[in-house]
Design a protein around this ligand. Structure first.
Ligand code: NAD
Ligand code: MG
Length: 391
């Protein structure tokens, strides 16, 4: 029986994974080691009970008594806090899903890689903030990292083990998010509610707003650079409003392979869950005749300045990814809290990158979790102070 753990079980990706696990026999097929959540005790306890997990961990320490009460009599261990989540990653499991949102996902994911485990990585922020560290650790320990982000899963599936030497370029598609067709001058007035509605994908609020600002695709370009080891100028972004083609791989002989599927994350999660085999998944099948047509356009860098920031970060290397990721998280918090406008987020991130570039050690990739977190904390302060600096 294969053992599994889910970090970020109560989120959008976690729920999709849970659905696949329960749909394929639940505890009869899988031995669940750990499930973790942020604050939703009731749902976490429900999932732990359904999967007969060994341990459930909630991030908010104040919620430990509630979690204990919800698991009373089940024999399932309860724990709480960021440290407990990281330590839980040391418990052996054959397959671990990293689906916490933001830089908080880095510590547990890194620990899975340090013990040589298999990490199904939805948390793209880990690769953006600490790509070199994560990939070098995986090489050292023999850990396997499997992409769960749909575009990267698509590239991985198209590549099918091909060497990068025969790959001319990789194209990541982007739906364009909520404001794809808005007049540019309206963007500054965009509300949090408007930015939180995605035309095709049903995802957590943060990634949905990141899709509207294209910061999600900016993170994904960096993620592709770190994960596949491709230079930035061989990674393209293509706006594809229907979200049916998730990525394309173009080869030196002029041929291009595309990966297609309905916009449902259970495909990429299921692929990583069963890799290197393919299993029947209970998902909608593609009906191209019903769709009729697929459309494409080049991304507009005026509408989406985040894309240029991703290129800048790849060119800078070193700590730039950790800075961009943290500054973006801070800017997003500030937008959600109503402190800055939608269009201010890119300015705050650019400001944090400018300041970081003047600090000693910026050109060197952080080689420990602590080093990543130092750049992360400074970048959050810089991004938060941007308004004052800009005034
Ligand atoms: P979400 O907000 O729906 O869920 C995030 C999960 O992390 C929840 O379980 C939440 O409780 C937990 N969490 C939040 N903050 C935490 C903290 N500080 N410490 C511990 N746990 C915490 O997010 P999501 O949309 O499921 O995205 C999860 C990850 O997957 C993100 O990195 C996202 O970029 C990536 N991803 C998501 C999708 C998608 O379709 N939702 C697609 C591709 C990649
Ligand atoms: Mg994606």
């Amino acid at each position: 029986m294969r053992s599994i753990s889910i970090f970020g079980a109560t989120g959008s990706i976690g729920e999709s994974a849970f659905d696949l696990l329960m749909g394929s026999g639940g505890p009869k097929t899988w031995r669940a080691v750990a499930v973790t959540g942020g604050r939703n005790v009731a749902r976490l306890a429900e999932m732990a009970r359904a999967l007969h997990a060994e341990i459930a961990v909630i991030a908010d320490e104040a919620l430990l008594p509630d979690l204990r009460a919800a698991l009373a009599g089940t024999g399932i261990e309860a724990a709480a806090g960021t440290q407990a989540i990281a330590e839980t990653a040391d418990r052996p499991a054959d397959w671990t899903l990293s689906a916490i949102v933001g830089a908080a996902g880095l510590a547990p994911g890194l620990r899975v890689v340090e013990r040589g485990g298999t990490l199904a990585l939805a948390n793209k922020e880990s690769l953006v903030a600490a790509g070199r560290l994560l990939m070098a650790t995986a090489r050292r320990t023999g850990a396997t990292i499997l992409p769960v982000d749909s575009e990267h899963s698509a590239v991985f599936q198209c590549l099918d083990g091909d060497s990068l030497e025969v790959v001319e370029r990789v194209t990541l598609t982007a739906s364009g998010g909520a404001f794809r067709d808005w007049p540019l001058e309206r963007l500054a007035q965009a509300t949090v509610a408007e930015a939180s509605s995605h035309p095709n994908w049903d995802m957590g609020q943060r990634i949905t707003i990141d899709s509207a600002s294209m910061f999600n695709k900016a993170l994904e370009v960096i993620e592709a650079h770190e994960f596949f080891g491709l230079p930035g100028d061989r990674i393209e972004v293509l706006v594809h409003p229907e979200s049916i083609i998730h990525a394309l791989v173009s080869y030196v002989d002029g041929g291009t392979l595309a990966h297609l599927g309905p916009p449902d994350m259970r495909h990429a999660i299921g692929h990583a869950l069963h890799w290197p085999r393919r299993e029947k998944l209970p998902l909608a099948r593609l009906d191209l005749a019903a769709l009729g047509s697929l459309t494409f356009r080049a991304p507009c860098e005026t509408r989406w300045p985040a894309l240029a920031l991703a290129r800048q970060v790849i060119a800078q290397g070193g700590a730039a990814g950790a800075v961009l990721n943290a500054a973006k998280e801070q800017a997003l918090d500030d937008f959600i809290a109503g402190r800055i406008r939608f269009t201010d987020m890119a300015g705050a991130v650019a400001h944090a990158l400018d300041l970081a570039a003047g600090r000693p050690g910026f050109g060197t990739s952080p080689d420990s979790l602590e080093a990543v977190l130092e750049w992360d904390a400074q970048a959050r302060r810089d991004a938060a102070a941007w308004q004052t600096a800009a005034a």
